[in-house]
Write a new protein. Structure first.
Length: 371
């Protein structure tokens, strides 16, 4: 895909104005970093507040009297128990127990749900949802919306000064409100491991809104590079890396996503795609597991790197890797054979033709600081 064929977000001109280095990502031209660089942006978000343009992601509205029951046939959660203005992390699974996509689902009313899905999957997700729901349920992609994420410990100070009612939100709660005169739908959530907010608003209002937030000294624009290093330190999965159609939620360590009522013996046991395979894995064992890896060196261990045991057999593959400012060393996530998925296990990764010792560690690398 050429630069001329790439899509852009409503903040594209602002990224160029701020000197962003632009790259192709999920069919969009997106900022990977700004002048200060990825490490500075990463640390600024951990210490202050970072503003991310995530408008490339899909915002999908699912509405209708049967919306909750239709979605419950596709998601392994208990939507009947989800209160209004509450959000959950969930998964679209396939018939083999793999993952079509991971997403956020928020209940805005008894019959109205907002899903935020991955950019690379949104068209396929939209088609799948439309094919699976009943006639009374309307599913549409909100193409006229932007999505911004304000992340970091000082984000509440910034947004709270503009909309004091947001201070009352807890993690994964939502509210519709006016911020600086602009109508927004806000969730206290994000994908950095830090306290923060995701803000859905009309695309036509997004530039003025972003400039208003950037007027605060605590706020700095952050690119995809630091977004990736932040989520990696937080031990959070990235679709296409830690999650795919060939990886089950249980292998990924996402057992907690499967609601108690949807498990064996629950009031709504199973009844979602891949339920038999997934419930069997919960009750038994899997042959591989997602783990964290840590090296004593700084050079990153990239996705696709093979992992071998000290005896020489291949036992796993790295799915994401990079430099961790918090650790001062390289970290990674990988899938490894079950017997090597224990903290303290020593493995070998080949990096630039050299064998490097890595150690299996518990996830996350940096503790979550959600409120």
């Amino acid at each position: 895909m050429t630069a001329d064929e790439l899509l852009t977000t409503p903040l594209h001109d602002l990224h160029l104005e701020l000197g962003a280095k632009m790259v192709a990502f999920a069919g969009y031209e997106m900022p990977v970093q700004y002048a200060e660089g990825i490490i500075q942006e990463h640390q600024h978000t951990r210490q202050h507040s970072g503003l991310f343009d995530v408008s490339h992601m899909g915002q999908v509205e699912v509405k209708g009297a049967s919306a909750a029951s239709d979605l419950e046939r596709l998601l392994p959660i208990d939507l009947a128990m989800l209160p209004i203005n509450q959000q959950r992390y969930s998964l679209l699974t396939n018939d083999a127990g793999g993952v079509r996509d991971d997403l956020m689902v928020c209940r805005r009313s008894e019959t109205d749900f907002l899903l935020v899905v991955n950019a690379a999957c949104k068209e396929a997700d939209l088609h799948y949802l439309q094919q699976q729901v009943g006639r009374e349920t309307c599913v549409k992609l909100l193409a006229d919306r932007a999505l911004l994420a304000l992340q970091g410990p000082e984000s509440i100070d910034v947004l709270g000064s503009l909309a004091p009612e947001l201070k009352a939100l807890n993690f994964m709660q939502a509210a519709a409100c006016d911020i600086a005169g602009i109508h927004c739908f806000v969730t206290r959530s994000g994908y950095t491991g830090e306290d923060g907010f995701e803000i859905s608003l009309a695309a036509t209002d997004s530039l003025a809104f972003a400039r208003r937030l950037l007027g605060f000294e605590q706020v700095q624009m952050i690119g995809l590079g630091a977004r990736d290093s932040l989520r990696l330190e937080a031990g959070l999965c990235l679709y296409g890396h830690e999650l795919s159609e060939q990886i089950s939620p249980i292998e990924a360590g996402l057992d907690w996503v499967i609601a108690a009522s949807r498990r064996e013996g629950g009031a709504k046991a199973g009844s979602f795609p891949g339920d038999r395979q997934i419930l069997q894995q919960i009750a038994g064992t899997v042959s591989r597991k997602r783990v964290g890896l840590r090296s004593q060196e700084r050079a990153p261990i990239r996705a696709g790197t093979a992992l071998t045991a000290p005896t020489g057999e291949c036992v796993g593959t790295v799915t994401s890797g990079g430099y961790s400012p918090a650790a001062g060393a390289a970290i990674a996530m990988a899938y490894v054979a079950n017997e090597f998925a224990k903290p303290g296990a020593e493995l070998i990764a080949e990096v630039r033709g050299k064998q490097r010792s890595v150690q299996v560690v518990e996830l996350p690398f940096v503790a979550h600081r959600y409120i």
